[in-house]
Design a protein around this ligand. Structure first.
Ligand code: DX5
Ligand code: ZN
Length: 216
């Protein structure tokens, strides 16, 4: 499988959200990456269900929803109803992670688990066969446009090893500071899905930038 590109709509123009959704529809992008922040787990607030439903109305590609929120369990069903196809929770936000993963799958979505830059990948050893995706954060979550943390490349290598030795089918996604240069290192290390926000939407030609990311 060639790698997937998931533009992060956090960096889109919210006054022209339909236009930007159509741009992604018509591009080589594979997924919509959707960042939900609660102002508690991360020091920022982004958007919630009404915006996700509005995106779902026009999107022709899967919605990859990245929850940066405390107590995600109480909202899992509502995210399913809002159109999430992949639902990713943070390891650091889940007291009973195994239960949360089962809940996501019971609601018909693929289950992802995200790790903050300081979290060792080994914490996923006991759930790696239960999940569909590992999300390695290559910035501290909360904001677009931050500098890539190089240690993420090593973490991708470690995750890849864990997936192979366990027989898990999980894919590896990386999020934060991704461009064609950091993206090349990540793909070499074993990443399957690259999220890119500011690199796509702040570029002169987002459609072409997605082509460039796809061609790495
Ligand atoms: C950060 C978000 C990212 C963000 C990435 O907390 O999870 O998805 O949109 O933005 P860039 O690609 O600009 O680092
Ligand atoms: Zn994200």
């Amino acid at each position: 499988m060639s790698h997937l590109i998931a533009p992060s709509v956090l960096s889109c123009d919210f006054a022209n959200i339909q236009r930007d959704v159509e741009m992604i529809n018509a591009s080589l992008a594979d997924w919509f990456h959707i960042d939900v922040m609660d102002g508690v787990f991360v020091p920022n607030i982004s958007f919630g269900f009404p915006v996700i439903k509005a995106i779902k109305k026009y999107a022709t590609k899967p919605l990859d929803v990245h929850l940066m929120i405390e107590n995600p369990d109480q909202y899992v069903e509502e995210f399913a109803k809002s159109g999430a196809d992949v639902l990713t929770v943070h390891y650091e936000a889940c007291r009973h992670l195994h239960r949360t993963i089962q809940l996501i799958k019971a609601n018909g979505m693929k289950a992802g688990v995200a790790l903050n830059p300081h979290t060792n990948v080994s914490v996923l050893e006991n759930v790696i066969r239960d999940i569909d995706m590992v999300l390695i954060m290559s910035v501290n979550p909360g904001f677009g446009g931050q500098k890539f943390i190089q240690q993420a490349v090593t973490k991708v290598e470690q995750t890849k090893k864990m997936i192979e030795s366990s027989g898990s089918n999980a894919v590896i996604e990386v999020d934060g500071g991704v461009n064609t240069s950091t993206g090349a290192d990540l793909l070499k290390a074993g990443a399957d899905v690259l999220v890119a926000g500011s690199f796509v939407f702040n570029s002169e030609n987002p459609t072409q930038t997605i082509v460039d990311l796809k061609a790495i």
